[in-house]
Design a protein around this ligand. Structure first.
Ligand SMILES: NC(=O)c1ccc[n+]([C@@H]2O[C@H](COP(=O)([O-])OP(=O)(O)OC[C@H]3O[C@@H](n4cnc5c(N)ncnc54)[C@H](OP(=O)(O)O)[C@@H]3O)[C@@H](O)[C@H]2O)c1
Length: 533
């Protein structure tokens, strides 16, 4: 009896000590972390930061990315809004200066008449992206699962206008409300259910058609007849919850993370292209996937066809008269067969890799649609699933990039960069890279990052995929790749502010594999067939 009591006491003490060590250790690491002290929005401890060359620079200079993004926005609009009068204007402007506008209004609202659809527009990155685009004059189709949150977004957009117009007459409030109603269009859709995604597209199509039929609709505001940019942003990461609830699924029974982050976006884009003319009617259509450097944590095998499972010979589906493909492991409840500790990491990474494969497939299938991917590095949002005011969440936010600032930089760049060249912006140097150049061993640089440290991803990937047996050893037999990626992500969190840099980079080798792209596309197309018919 006394032995049992002693063992229990020892175990309890060990757990308390371990927990204390994690809390104290985490606190110390946070305090010595450069990201804790170096600010990107001027709201934390210091107002200046260390440059790569060792000098210190005032934080205001850091807003340069935003100024440059506005210039990109202006150039993007020139391509997207090629109405006749605009073309005339353009001709005149070209004579003055190709890249700069003398028109002050254009600099305040450089995205006027540009239409952007953002998924997950009610929190974190998506919400701030929606507000940024709105503040620059764009019309935002905001997709979210909560009507209340969509209303809150509209309210915030309205407040933004009030702030902008603070020195003007308060009587303009009615116009502001009208402006918000016209330029923020809420669309409700729950990405755990493919039917809900299909219904959302159907609603948009109906609204647009009604618009055309009754050109002067009395109550409704104009619904756009085209979309210039689709941003696939909605996303989840199950974090520690996979320990107690590893097999969460969507309405259709797919792995929850795979379903929300990838398959719903796949259906959305396919429907937009198959069933509507929204993208077709844009002069400069673009699809951007908000993905993650974390996709380097997986090697692509979970997204392959499972040739070794039940189906050895392809089955012909008599209804659709096509080959019935086996689901990739990543789509099944629980995702990768991998190790329990790294389950949520693999689920998330597989969904992010699937998004990149999807984008690359589109690059081949729809050369007239620009298809890019971007990683915002660590951004202080709800993605870590911690309670907003918990200590964990506060420490994380203090080190991560802000969602209403630099955390949007790589996504905005991928949304607005015009196709021939992309400027690499660091706080220290500016270099120009031809985006069509195939760098990094012939692999295209079209995955936008905002941090030089993210470039360790391709190096890690090269190392772990050098030989098939290394690949197997580090991913299938032992969780080496998972551990290395977890550590790399932690280093990135603590050091990312030291090397801010918005540029296109290389994604993992698997993401360039045309066979994997084709297989995943074909299976996904089969999985969503019901909503296409
Ligand atoms: N934060 C980072 O450090 C980081 C790093 C790399 C990549 N990313 C990517 O950035 C994207 C945005 O993430 P975030 O950091 O802004 O996270 P977040 O604050 O949690 O926002 C996620 C968004 O997705 C929406 N969403 C979640 N489940 C949904 C569902 N079932 N149906 C419809 N919408 C749903 C959320 O809606 P509600 O508002 O209703 O919750 C929210 O608007 C994600 O794709 C994520 O993978 C984030």
């Amino acid at each position: 009896m006394s032995t049992t009591t002693t063992t229990t006491t020892t175990t309890t003490t060990s757990i308390i000590v371990a927990l204390l060590a994690i809390v104290v250790g985490g606190g110390i690491v946070a305090l010595i972390s450069p990201s804790f002290w170096i600010s990107h929005d001027g709201t934390t401890a210091t107002n200046s930061f260390w440059m790569m060359d060792g000098s210190r620079q005032n934080n205001n200079d850091n807003d340069r990315w935003e100024v440059e993004t506005i210039q990109y926005a202006h150039r993007f609009r020139k391509r997207a809004v090629a109405r006749e009068e605009e073309e005339e204007e353009e001709e005149e402007e070209k004579e003055d200066d190709d890249d700069r506008t003398t028109n002050e209004t254009m600099m305040i609202t450089p995205l006027q008449d540009v239409v952007v659809l953002i998924t997950g527009a009610t929190s974190g990155i998506g919400k701030e992206l929606a507000l940024w685009m709105f503040s620059k004059g764009a019309t935002v189709i905001a997709m979210g699962r909560s009507t209340t949150k969509l209303e809150q977004l509209k309210q915030q957009a309205e407040n933004q206008l009030v702030v902008v117009n603070n020195n003007n007459n308060i009587e303009r409030l009615d116009e502001e409300e009208e402006e918000v109603n016209r330029r923020i269009i809420p669309i409700v859709s729950d990405f755990t259910d493919l039917t809900s995604v299909a219904n959302a597209v159907h609603t948009m199509k109906k609204k647009s058609q009604q618009q055309t039929m009754e050109s002067s609709s009395s109550s409704d505001y104009d619904f756009p007849d085209h979309i210039d940019i689709v941003v696939c942003n909605a996303g989840i990461h199950l974090g520690l919850s996979t320990f107690w609830d590893p097999y969460q699924v969507t309405q259709q029974g797919y792995d929850l993370v795979f379903g929300v982050n990838y398959l719903s976006h796949f259906l959305l884009t396919e429907l937009l292209l198959d069933k509507t003319t929204f993208l077709e009617r844009s002069n400069y259509p673009r699809i951007v996937h908000v993905t993650s450097t974390f996709h380097f944590a997986v090697d692509g095998s979970d997204l392959q066809q499972q040739h070794t499972t039940t189906t050895t010979t392809p089955v012909v589906d008599s209804v659709h008269e096509q080959i019935k493909l086996d689901p990739p492991t990543a789509s099944l409840p629980g995702g990768s067969h991998g190790f329990v500790v790294s389950r949520s990491q693999r689920q998330y990474a597989n969904s992010k890799l699937a998004q990149i494969l999807h984008a690359r497939y589109y690059q081949r299938k729809y050369p007239n649609i620009t298809s890019y991917t971007a990683c915002p590095s660590w951004v202080g949002t709800q993605i870590i699933q911690a309670h907003q005011d918990s200590l964990e969440a506060r420490i994380f936010r203090s080190m991560a990039f802000p969602a209403n600032g630099y955390g949007l930089s790589s996504i905005l760049r991928s949304m607005l960069v015009t196709d021939t060249t992309t400027t690499t912006t660091t706080t220290t140097t500016t270099a120009t890279t031809d985006n069509n150049n195939n760098n990094n061993n012939g692999l295209k640089d079209d995955f936008f990052i905002n941090n030089k440290l993210s470039m360790a991803g391709p190096m890690l990937d090269d190392m772990l995929t050098k030989h098939p047996w290394i690949r197997k050893l580090t991913y299938q037999w032992l969780p080496i790749r998972d551990a290395m990626m977890f550590c790399a992500a932690m280093v990135l969190l603590h050091w990312q502010r030291v090397a801010p840099s918005v540029e296109p980079s290389r994604s993992s080798k698997a993401s360039y594999d045309p066979q994997l792209q084709d297989e995943l596309y074909q299976w996904s197309r089969q999985a969503i067939q019901e909503w296409l018919d």
